[in-house]
Design a protein around this ligand. Structure first.
Ligand SMILES: Cc1ncc(COP(=O)(O)O)c(C=O)c1O
Length: 356
């Protein structure tokens, strides 16, 4: 029987959060809450829903492979050229395309641990070597990541804010790191949670676009825009780098419905504001309740909270039985997405009950 190469066998398939329907069927309940995948709890914008409905009659046609109108809309919003943008089937796909484009078998990529597991998978998938640098105070240690660069390094992956810890890197430390990155290394700055950040010291990735450095900034419609189910992310980089990535991009990688929904989402700034407000209010509530219970947590710049806790798997199982789906993060932490007020209350009640 044919078997894949060793490096493919080194990949553990991604384990997604448990689907609500499956849990409810198992428990015989109908009111479970899913706080496991950092989705927007208020749903998509009404403008996106209208655009989605309006696009369905065209589904006999292939999508616009170049994503002309969406790139035009993003170009206007971001102040970059359309040729400096690439669309992906989620920003996830762009991580894969970037690794395939800029790395080969045996090359190295530097990434933090714990961080978004797909960086490791993308590098492993092409036979590359992942150099994993532990977080410091739950935050990317950019100095140690720069120290880890060798002549074999082709890429650095930085999630800012980081998943699963919700921490961010500041302008000054980012500048210091970028000065040390050679000009033949690509720095992927994954800003999936960009729109949630409120700290004014948040590193401005866009300024490196106009420097001699190589950056690929990744953002997504899956989080604050509430369109995770449609899979649409985008990358911003110098036009030469985008052109290189387009060599390996599947011609019709983003679909018609997603493109139309995303264009509409960009017009609905009220939805983004409301999503941010719901997140901030939920964050305040969860901080207050966790503090009053004496539960330590890592303050977040995103839409989820990392809670270091012993016996996280057992806690996950207990919460699951109460219809609350969160995410265990190894044996010593959980991650909970900030939900609607009622969902957050359910989580706190279940946590209290689980702790006895
Ligand atoms: C840090 C980070 N990057 C990328 C993604 C993937 O997002 P997308 O839905 O755009 O593929 C996620 C999703 O959870 C994430 O947490």
């Amino acid at each position: 029987m044919i078997r894949p190469p060793e490096y493919v066998l080194g990949i553990q398939p991604y384990v997604p959060g448990k689907p609500i329907e499956e849990l409810e069927r198992e428990l015989g309940i109908t009111d479970s809450v899913k706080l496991a995948s950092n989705e927007n709890p208020i749903g998509p914008s009404p403008a996106s829903l209208k655009a989605i409905a309006g696009s369905l009659g065209d589904l006999n046609r292939y999508p616009d492979g170049a994503g002309y109108y969406l790139k035009k809309a993003l170009s206007g919003k971001l102040g970059v050229a359309e040729e400096e943008i690439i669309l992906g089937n989620g920003s996830n796909e762009l991580l894969d395309i970037a690794a395939k484009t800029f790395m080969k078998d045996g090359d190295e990529a530097v990434m933090a641990v714990p961080s978004f597991v797909v960086y490791f998978m993308a590098v492993q998938g092409i036979g590359g070597r992942s150099v994993q640098v532990p977080l410091k105070d739950h935050t990317h240690d950019l100095g140690a990541m720069a120290d880890a660069i060798t002549p074999a390094t082709k890429m650095l992956f930085i999630a800012n804010p980081n998943n699963p810890t919700g921490t961010m890197n500041r302008k000054d430390e980012f500048d210091r790191m970028m000065e040390r990155v050679p000009n033949d290394v690509l720095v992927v700055i994954d800003e999936a949670y960009y729109e949630y950040v409120s700290d004014p010291e948040y590193a401005d990735s866009m300024k490196y676009l106009r420097s001699e450095k190589n950056v690929l900034i990744l953002r997504t419609f899956s989080k604050i825009y509430g369109l995770a189910g449609l899979r649409l992310g985008y990358g911003i980089a110098k036009r030469e780098l985008i052109a290189d990535m387009n060599r390996l991009r599947e011609p019709f990688n983003t679909n018609t419905v997603a493109q139309k929904a995303a264009i509409a989402a960009l017009t609905d700034t009220d939805h983004v504001t409301r999503s941010r407000q719901v997140n901030e209010a939920g964050k305040d509530y969860l901080y207050r309740e966790l503090r009053s219970m004496g539960v330590a947590f890592v303050p977040t710049e995103a839409n989820f909270i990392f809670i270091p806790v012993e016996g996280s798997m057992a806690l996950y199982e207990k919460l699951l039985k109460m219809g609350v789906i969160i995410r265990p993060m190894g044996p010593k932490a959980i991650r909970v997405t900030i939900g609607l007020p009622e969902e957050n209350r359910r989580f706190i009640e279940a946590l209290k009950a689980a702790r006895g």
